[in-house]
Structure formats: structure tokens, C-alpha cells
Design a protein around this ligand. Structure first.
Ligand SMILES: *Cc1c(COP(=O)(O)O)cnc(C)c1O
Length: 364
């Protein structure tokens, strides 16, 4: 089906993602590799397409959230190293090995379970330096050393990493530096192991003093999403546009209401367009009476409650609006970060939630 006929669709410009990657590549020291974080279907952009585009510009390292995501990448022909960030049950040790995946060891117990199996699983150890999510306890360096050495002896340990919890917040910079320091203390104890991958920085920390090691893990930056207080590099852009279609245009008189629950009442006579995207497509219902879309170059406010498969917008400012006109939900000056700001979340969530029903198209 051609794009124009679809109710709701996304266009991802892979050229923009490659350019974002190259911008960070140029800004980072040559000694640091980029691990492209393509979890959650590359933040809704399409993991296989994104990973392959990045491979074409030299990216060799990828990170996925779980073993299923990692296998999909491998089966689609992604050749680089794939790090599974989340927990995998040791009963899938064979699957990890067969697919040449690198598993994160998320706790000392996790390490023990893999060691007991006597399988040479490729793995990296996560060190918890203050986030209290996963990892071995980085505030006890001697203990960390023990787990790391046992893993190095019994498994195929290729790396060590930690994760910052507030690198995007200027006011919490000292804590990020403390996390880096804790990580460094663990590193120093295992220097002799010459681990291939040592990393701590996410997008927000990648160009900061807290970035130590020989790799960084970039997610948001590749997708042109803002991370808190940290500005994106110059030239980095959002590659994703979310488009929909106007299915009906009508005049609504002052005093009439629009949509479910009569949640919007027209103050004047207005022109209302029905747009064929709804919360079942991942367009948050919290954007009811709040969101803005772009029609024929003009902003149009969403009026009333967002339905499952449609919403209505006040298109009075735009000229000659017709059935079949394209609507930009994200793009044409409206960013995922803008929408996120309206409903108290982050751009990451907005793009991750774009539904399966919304077909993705790609430009190079
Ligand atoms: C998601 C994630 C990242 C990427 O974070 P961004 O803020 O998108 O750059 C890096 N490391 C880990 C462990 C993650 O879970």
C-alpha cells in the first residue's frame, strides 16, 4: 500500500541516523568505540534497519534489551557484537552461544549460575555504582574483583560496564562523577585482565568528564532525542516523522461539543478535521485537548478526547483543508520531546510507544 493510503505511518530517515552516529564518532576520542543501543526496536525506529544502516558506516557494536531482540538482530544478518543488557535465564546459555551474543551478568548470583553450567558464555559484567537497578555492588571493590576474576576464569568475559542514573541532570553532576570514580576503582583491580570493552557513558555522559573506558553506549543521541539538561551535538537531528491522514473535515458551530464525553466545547465557529491515528497506535490519550499537529504548514490543536483509532483537531488556521490531507504528528516542527513535555514524560517514551500498527517506511 502506498504511504498516502495508510491511516498512520512513520517515516525514518536512516541518513539522519547515520549522520548522528558520524557526528558523535567525530566528537569522541578515536580510542572509544560506539555501542549503538537499539533496544526496544531502536526506540521505535526499527532495530534491524537502524543496526544495518549503522553497520554500513562502521558501527560494529550493538546493545539490545533482551535475548529475543538480540536474536532478531542476528537472524536479520547483523554481524557485529550484540550485548544483551537485561537478564537472561542461564537456561538459555546455549542459545546465547549459538547466536554469538554477549550476555550481561546482572548479579553475583547470575554469574554463579552461568559458571555452574560450565558453558563458555560470552559475557560482560555490570557494576552497580549507584543506580541500584542491576549489577554487582560497586561500593565493595574487593568483592567485585572476586566475581570478575571468577567470571574471567570460567566464562568468556569480554567487558565491564556501569550505568549512570542522572548524567542528564546538571545539578547531579557530582553524583555522576562519583559513579565514574567507583567504577574506576573496580577497574584498577582488574587491569591485568585487559578486558576488551570497558564503558559507562550513555548519551548524556558521552561528552562529559564522567566518560571513562574505551566505549560509550549511545541510544537517545542517535535518535536525536534530548536527554535532560544535556544539549545534543550540533547537526544531530531527529530522524523520525509520524504522519497521518485527514478522513473528514467539518464546520462546528460555537457551543457544539466534539468527541467522547463532550470534553471539548467550541467557543467560536471552527473547522474540525478528523485524523486517523488514535491511542491504539500509541498516540497517548493524555494528549487529549493538549497535543498539536501540523496541517498544511499550520499548527492545529487537538480537541476533545483521543479515540482508539482517531482524534479531532481544530484546523481553522489552515487553508483549504481536505479529506486525504497529510497530518504531521511528529515532524514539521513538532518533536517527540515537545509531545513528551505536554504530558510529563520524555521523548524516549513517546517514540518507543508508537504502535506496531503504525507501518515504518525508510529513507536513506
Ligand atoms: C538504554 C540504555 C543506554 C542508552 O541510554 P541513552 O540515554 O538512550 O543514550 C545505555 N546503557 C544502558 C545500560 C541502557 O539501558
Amino acid at each position: 500500500m502506498s504511504e498516502e493510503q495508510l491511516r498512520s505511518y512513520v517515516v525514518v530517515d536512516l541518513g539522519v541516523i547515520k549522520n548522528n552516529y558520524m557526528s558523535y564518532r567525530a566528537a569522541l576520542p578515536p580510542s572509544q568505540e560506539i555501542i549503538a543501543v537499539v533496544k526496544a526496536d531502536a526506540y521505535g525506529h526499527g532495530a534491524v534497519k537502524v543496526a544495518k544502516a549503522l553497520e554500513s558506516v562502521g558501527c560494529k557494536l550493538f546493545a539490545a534489551a533482551d535475548i529475543d531482540e538480540a536474536i532478531s538482530l542476528r537472524e536479520a544478518g547483523v554481524a557485529g557484537e550484540i550485548l544483551v543488557l537485561g537478564y537472561t535465564s542461564p537456561r538459555f546459555a546455549h542459545t546465547l552461544i549459538e547466536n554469538d551474543l554477549t550476555q550481561t551478568i546482572v548479579s553475583e548470583e547470575h554469574a554463579k549460575q552461568f559458571i555452574k553450567l560450565n558453558e563458555k558464555v560470552k559475557c560482560q559484567i555490570a557494576v552497580d555504582t549507584g543506580m541500584n537497578r542491576v549489577g554487582i555492588d560497586g561500593s565493595a571493590p574487593a568483592f567485585c574483583e572476586k566475581v570478575i576474576r571468577a567470571s574471567a576464569q570460567n566464562l568468556r568475559l569480554t567487558g565491564l560496564y556501569t550505568h549512570f542514573c542522572s548524567a542528564d541532570d546538571d545539578k547531579k553532576r557530582n553524583f555522576t562523577l562519583l559513579q565514574a570514580q567507583r567504577f574506576d576503582q573496580v577497574l584498577k583491580r582488574v587491569n591485568d585482565l585487559n578486558l576488551k570493552y570497558v564503558h559507562c557513558a550513555n548519551s548524556a555522559a558521552s561528552l562529559s568528564k564522567a566518560n571513562i573506558g574505551n566505549a560509550v553506549r549511545l541510544g537517545a543521541a542517535l535518535y536525536g532525542l534530548k536527554t535532560g539538561d544535556v544539549a545534543l551535538l550540533n547537526g544531530v537531528k531527529a530522524p523520525l516523522e509520524w504522519k497521518s491522514v485527514i478522513t473528514k473535515v467539518k464546520k462546528v458551530k460555537a457551543g457544539q461539543t466534539v468527541g467522547y464525553g463532550r470534553a471539548f466545547t467550541a467557543n467560536n465557529d471552527i473547522t474540525v478535521a478528523t485524523v486517523s491515528t488514535g491511542y491504539a497506535d500509541g498516540y497517548s490519550r493524555l494528549l487529549s485537548n493538549k497535543g498539536e499537529v501540523v496541517v498544511r504548514g499550520e499548527r492545529a490543536k487537538i480537541i476533545g478526547l483521543i479515540c482508539m483509532d482517531a482524534f479531532m483537531a481544530d484546523v481553522s488556521a489552515a487553508k483549504d483543508v481536505k479529506t486525504g490531507d497529510e497530518v504531521a504528528l511528529i515532524g514539521d516542527g513538532v518533536s517527540a520531546d515537545d509531545l513528551a513535555g505536554l504530558i510529563g514524560t520524555i521523548g524516549y517514551e513517546v517514540v518507543c510507544r508508537i504502535g506496531k500498527r503504525v507501518k515504518r517506511y525508510y529513507k536513506e
